[in-house]
Write a protein that binds this ligand. Sequence first.
Ligand code: ADP
Ligand code: MG
Length: 189
Amino acid sequence: MGTFPFQKTLDEFHLEEQQSLSQKQLNHLRELTWIEQLYNIILLGPPGIGKTHLSVGLGLEAINQGHKVMFITMGELVHALKTQEISRKAQTKMKRIRTADLVIIDDLMFMAMDQHEANLFFHLINDLYNRSSIILTSNKAPKEWGELLGDPAITTAILDRLIHRAEVIHLNGDSYRMKHRATIFTEKV
Ligand code: ADP
Ligand code: MG
């Protein structure tokens, strides 16, 4: 289960690089009691800050503890929602999402959705609301989600359900990718 974009564990996450998350908080997340309590985790912050890494790490931890985990990007999710009636593959994917204990939706709202897409997304969130936990990652603040979802009523309904039982974590600082990027130039000054 899973289909993670990469396999990176929580042990590989360097907390000293990420001031906005404490060891205590990470330990708490790692215990995964929030999955039993149907809490959602919302990971916000600019690109390259470690949102996907943390979500994968938590997903791997959840699998180790026997949970059913499904990882999907928002782009793939919208595509699967729209094609589930006509595509067996999309249908299987959606079934796995609907039966998972933890659904990781990566890169929420990077693209504007039309009314039909926003509706399909709302229905999924509503279905998951009382049966599973969701980890969402986004580089947009929830107050900006409305613009991308279009309809204010749907946005409010989605946000209500997502935020009702949720821990919102704002990651900040410099991009880890930028700081640790490989260079083709030698370090000579
Ligand atoms: P985001 O999803 O926020 O854009 P990623 O999680 O994809 O960022 O992180 C970009 C790269 O930097 C990944 O290879 C990730 O493993 C690494 N990375 C980011 N933050 C950390 C960190 N605190 N410790 C170790 N690696 C990190
Ligand atoms: Mg990411």
